[in-house]
Design a protein around this ligand. Sequence first.
Ligand code: TMP
Length: 216
Amino acid sequence: MKGIFITFEGPDGAGKTTQLQRLAKELQDMGHEILVTREPGGTAISDKIRSIILSPDNQEMVDQTEVLLYAASRAQHVHERILPALQESKIVLCDRFIDASVAYQACGLGVDIGLVKAINRFASSGLQATRTYLLDVPVEVSKERLLQRSQASAQAPLDRIEQKGFEYHNRVREGFHRIAEDEPSRVVVINAHRTEDEIAIDILADCKRLLEGLSK
Ligand code: TMP
């Protein structure tokens, strides 16, 4: 079997990182070779770009810069880490990918969606996820979770994107819904306003079906 590229998306605070790690453990226990990675980040260069993008000090960042920095971080990540892992037949589990640029920069900020997609096609050399799990929660719930997280840990203050207001995050959520409607065979919407175990069971069941289908 060639490598398989699986991404996790959703609003900040939807719990996708926890679910990605749970799926990684299950797949490893089943004997699969896994690469767990995230965007923006995943390489030394991409992590440096991540800190520029998310720093609350960089409030003056213009939309064009934001789009291009996410895409630059992605270009390095795709070519340095994701494509080589897929060549080695690994299952790549990536915390966010191009859908996040469509939801946050196109739908959230209002940057032209065709342009965002074109820039990211170039950055990723056309790589697309085989399956995307969209963890969906109402904005009120995700904002509350983020607030609790940042209060619980002095080391995790809200980043520049998380600090944006309710209206922005609502547009992002609607953007994710639109992506799911446009590509129902790739994007599986998961109700993330449930217990961690309930969510993990649904994701694992779908992933097992996906792997079975691909191995035929
Ligand atoms: P994370 O919190 O999932 O690590 O992602 C960092 C933030 O960056 C999060 O608020 C979502 C945002 N983001 C974008 O706006 N566009 C993108 O293309 C990606 C990958 C993330």
